[in-house]
Design a protein around this ligand. Structure first.
Ligand code: EPU
Length: 417
C-alpha cells in the first residue's frame, strides 16, 4: 500500500509530454488476438492496466513482451479462450477480448464484470450485438460463455454510443462474413485508433470517427506495427494542473483536436490556451470564473476529466454547475475534495461548486483513477500537506505521475503507508 504526499508548491511551470492513450492501447492488445502475424505497438504507457492486459494475453497463451514503451505480441494458433474472474475484476476492459475471441476462435469464456467504483457499467449492448452477429451467448456461474459456427455481418443499432460496445463489435465484425454496420457508434479518438490498427491488419472499415461504422468482413488478419495516439485525458489532466496552480504549463505528444471542448470550457473559465499542432500551453491571466458543464460521449466533455475540472472550479470566482451523464458514481470524489475545504454540493447527477479562496491539506482517499488524479491536483494548491491514499488507482492510468508533476515544480513524493 502506498500513498502520495503533496506539499503546496506554488505555480507549476514547464513542459511535459503525454504518453500513449490507455483507453486505446488496451483495445489494440485485445485486437492482437486476431492477428495471424506479430503485432508491434509503440508509445505504450507503463501503467498497471497495460500490465494487467499483458497478463490476460499471457494467460491465454500469447507470447507478449513489453520493453521501453513497445509491446511485441506474437501470434499463437491455439489459445486458451478464457479470462478468469481475478483478471476481469482487476480491469473490466478485459471484456474487450470477447469479440476477438469469438470472431477468430469461435468460442470464449470470460468472467462477467461486476460493478466498479464509478458505476454499474453494464455490458448488455456488447452481448446483444455479438448475438446479432450470430454468437450464442449465455451467462453461467458468473461467466459469459459464447460460441459460434462463424459470425455473419449484421445491422446493429446501439442504444447508447458506448465506447466498449462499439469496440467489441467492431473487432467481431472485421472477421464476420459480409457487411456489418454499427449505428450510433462511439466517435472517441481511441475508437478511431482501433480502426486504424485493424485496417493495418487488413480489415476493411469505413466511417471511423463518425457515428456509422461500416465493416466488410475479411477471412483473416495479418500482424501490424502501430504507434498509439497520445493520451488526451493525461494531457488534459496536466493542462488542468497548470490552470489549478495558476501556472504556465505546456503539454506535448497528443492531438489538440481531441480536446476541443476541454479547450473551450477552460477558455470560458478564464484560462488562456495556446494551441499548436501537437501541443497546448495554458496560463491563467486574470483568474478563474464559474461555468456550466455537462459530460457527454465524444466530442462532448469527457467524463474522465470531470473530477480534475471540478478541482479547477473549486477556487473559481463564482458558482459552477456540473452535470455528469455517464457514470453515476463519478461524484464520489466530491466528499474527498470537500475534506480539503471545497464547497461542492451534489444532487443526483448534478453538482453545484461554489468557489472558495483556498483549500487546505488533509488526508484523502482516491475512490478511482481520475478521482485520484484530481485529488493530487487539489493537493498542489491546498495549504500545507495533503496525503492521497489508494494510489494504486492512479497507477492504473498515469505513468510516473508524481515524477512528471515534479518536473513542473510540484512537491509530490510516494511512500509506503
Ligand atoms: N453501458 C451500458 N451497457 C453497455 C455498455 C455501456 O449500459 O453494454 C453504459 C455504462 O454503464 C456507462 C455508459 O454506457 O454508463 C458509458 O459506457 P462506455 O461503454 O462508453 O464506457 P467503457 O467503454 O466501459 C470507456 C473508458 C472509460 C471512459 C468511458 C467513457 C476504457 C477502458 N474505459 O469505458 O475510461 O470513462 O469509456 O468515455 O476505455 C478511465 O479511463 O478512467 C475510464 C473509466
Amino acid at each position: 500500500m502506498e500513498k502520495l504526499i503533496i506539499n503546496d508548491g506554488g505555480r507549476l511551470s514547464g513542459t511535459v509530454r503525454a504518453g500513449g492513450a490507455k483507453n486505446s492501447v488496451l483495445k489494440l492488445m485485445a485486437a492482437a488476438l486476431m492477428a495471424g502475424g506479430p503485432c508491434v505497438i509503440h508509445n505504450v504507457p507503463d501503467i498497471s492496466d497495460v500490465h494487467s492486459m499483458v497478463e490476460v494475453l499471457s494467460y491465454m497463451g500469447l507470447p507478449v513482451t513489453f520493453d521501453r514503451g513497445t509491446l511485441d505480441i506474437a501470434p499463437a494458433d491455439d489459445i486458451r479462450c478464457e479470462v478468469p474472474y481475478h483478471l476481469v475484476q482487476r480491469m473490466r476492459a478485459s471484456v474487450e477480448v470477447l469479440g476477438p475471441l469469438i470472431a477468430r476462435y469461435r468460442r470464449a469464456r470470460v468472467a462477467m464484470p461486476g460493478g466498479c467504483n464509478i458505476g454499474t457499467r453494464q455490458i448488455d449492448m456488447h452481448l446483444k450485438g455479438l448475438n446479432q452477429l450470430g454468437a450464442r451467448l449465455g451467462v453461467s456461474h458468473g461467466f459469459v460463455e459464447a460460441e459460434a459456427e462463424g459470425l455473419t455481418g449484421a445491422h446493429i443499432h446501439l442504444d447508447f454510443a458506448s465506447m466498449g460496445a462499439t469496440e467489441n463489435l467492431l473487432m467481431a465484425g472485421v472477421l464476420a462474413e459480409g457487411r456489418t454496420v454499427i449505428e450510433n457508434a462511439a466517435k472517441e479518438p481511441e475508437v478511431t485508433d482501433l480502426v486504424d490498427f485493424l485496417t493495418g491488419m487488413g480489415a476493411r472499415i469505413s466511417g471511423g470517427g463518425t457515428s456509422t461504422l461500416v465493416i466488410d468482413g475479411v477471412d483473416s488478419l495479418s500482424g501490424v506495427e502501430h504507434t498509439v495516439i497520445g493520451d488526451r485525458i493525461e494531457a488534459g489532466t496536466f493542462l488542468l494542473a497548470g490552470a489549478i496552480t495558476r501556472g504556465e504549463v505546456e503539454v506535448t505528444g497528443f492531438n489538440p483536436g481531441h480536446l476541443e471542448i476541454v479547450i473551450d470550457k477552460m477558455g470560458e473559465a478564464g484560462c488562456r490556451l495556446d494551441v499548436g499542432e501537437d501541443r497546448i500551453s495554458v496560463s491563467v491571466p486574470h483568474g478563474v470564473s464559474g461555468i456550466e458543464l455537462s459530460t457527454l460521449p465524444y466530442p462532448g466533455f469527457p467524463t474522465d476529466l470531470q473530477p480534475q475540472m471540478l478541482v479547477l472550479l473549486c477556487t473559481a470566482g463564482g458558482t459552477s454547475f456540473v452535470t455528469e451523464n455517464l457514470f453515476e458514481n463519478r461524484f464520489m470524489v466530491v466528499d474527498e475534495i470537500n475534506r480539503l475545504g471545497a464547497d461542492i454540493k451534489t444532487k443526483n447527477h448534478h453538482a453545484i461548486v461554489k468557489g472558495v479562496p483556498s483549500l487546505s491539506g488533509a488526508p484523502v482517499s482516491a475512490p478511482d483513477l481520475r478521482a485520484g488524479a484530481a485529488l493530487v491536483l487539489a493537493g498542489l494548491i491546498a495549504e500545507g500537506t495533503t496525503e492521497v491514499y489508494q494510489v494504486q488507482f492512479i497507477d492504473r492510468g498515469y505513468e510516473r505521475f508524481e515524477e512528471k508533476l515534479n518536473s513542473l515544480g510540484a512537491h509530490v513524493r510516494r511512500t509506503t503507508v
